[in-house]
Design a protein around this ligand. Structure first.
Ligand code: ADP
Ligand code: ZN
Length: 297
């Protein structure tokens, strides 16, 4: 069988065709503009490729509540032209195949859980630190949704006493994203994050906020593994500092095999930047399985 996969991002749309073994057979990247300009290009890519289902990992927030009338919509996004846009409805109407839909970070989490470093685990989290901060959660072997999906990137944090920056999130000011995403680093230090490599104080503070949030995720979710990706994590000096600070913040309170080996517990993604598109592929595979099951009822 052949499946369509779409990693829908704020700047680009990665479209791919793959099979049930996780093999990507073809891939293109299309810039994200308005739905009117972008959707026809995406439909054109998928239309004649004989896909059995389509999986979409999408920037959000999105409506994932199956009993909601607006399931499959992008909702309150900062990309104004996509607010309340029925992205799944548009694909379903035009392609007439089952659609699997989740957030981009849940997609990356699923990719790692299916073919990468979270394979076989019961509970894990995937954190991306880039233009925003997103957190995908695998709990009990499944992606966690609850009322829609967790928004761990907006976990509220107390600003450190020596940090005068007021925070960048329009909703919360000093949530994790407001304090630690790429644009917050740039606003605090007056220079793009990638140009601050030789300023140790930048990365010490960044590691502090990431570790602060991760410690909270550990307390509440008990993850066996924590995967950290996104542009900001290209700073190789960050990872060891994050691990050391998490250990310090936990204060020896939780004694597990996983936490005794921080280097294997808090790690980089394992799928060479394919975790997002592979997760979308798995969403498509799962949508097809669910649709077949429904048919046989
Ligand atoms: P997006 O989140 O838009 O999908 P990225 O994950 O690449 O894209 O994140 C972009 C952010 O990451 C920008 O704020 C940028 O400044 C920052 N960034 C990109 N590369 C680096 C780097 N090498 N070091 C630190 N920050 C980086
Ligand atoms: Zn926020």
């Amino acid at each position: 069988m052949r499946f369509g996969a779409l990693e829908a991002g704020g700047t680009k749309m990665v479209c791919a065709i793959g099979d049930e073994t996780g093999k990507i057979l073809d891939r293109v990247s299309i810039p994200t503009e308005t739905p009117e300009r972008t959707m026809p290009k995406l439909l054109e890519y998928f239309r004649d490729r004989e896909i059995d289902a389509l999986g979409i990992g999408c920037f959000g927030p999105v409506d994932l509540n199956p009993s909601s009338e607006t399931w499959g919509y992008i909702t309150t996004t900062s990309k104004l032209s996509w607010i309340n846009y029925d992205i799944c409805g548009c694909f379903r109407e035009n392609l007439k195949v089952p659609i699997g839909f989740d957030t981009d970070v849940n997609g990356s989490m699923l990719g790692e859980a299916t073919w990468g470093c979270a394979k076989g685990l019961d509970t894990a989290i995937y954190i991306t630190v880039g233009t925003g901060v997103g957190v995908g959660v695998l709990a009990g072997g499944r992606l966690l949704h609850g009322m829609q999906h967790p928004e761990g990137g907006h976990m509220l944090l107390a600003r450190r006493a020596d940090d005068a920056y007021e925070g960048k999130c329009p909703y919360h000011g000093t949530c994790l994203e407001g304090l630690a995403a790429g644009p917050a680093i740039e606003a605090r230090w007056g220079e793009k994050a990638e140009r601050l490599a030789d300023r140790p104080e930048v990365w010490e503070l960044e590691a502090y906020y990431l570790a602060y949030a991760i410690t909270n995720y550990i307390m509440i979710l008990s993850p066996q593994r924590i995967i950290l990706g996104g542009g900001v994590m290209h700073q190789e000096q960050l990872m060891p500092q994050v691990r050391a600070k998490v250990k310090e913040m936990l204060g020896g309170y939780i004694q597990t095999k996983e936490l005794s080996d921080m280097d294997s517990c808090i790690i980089c993604p394992s799928l060479n930047d394919n975790q997002g598109i592979l997760g979308a592929l798995k969403l498509g595979i799962d949508a097809k399985t669910a649709a077949d099951k429904q048919k046989n009822l």
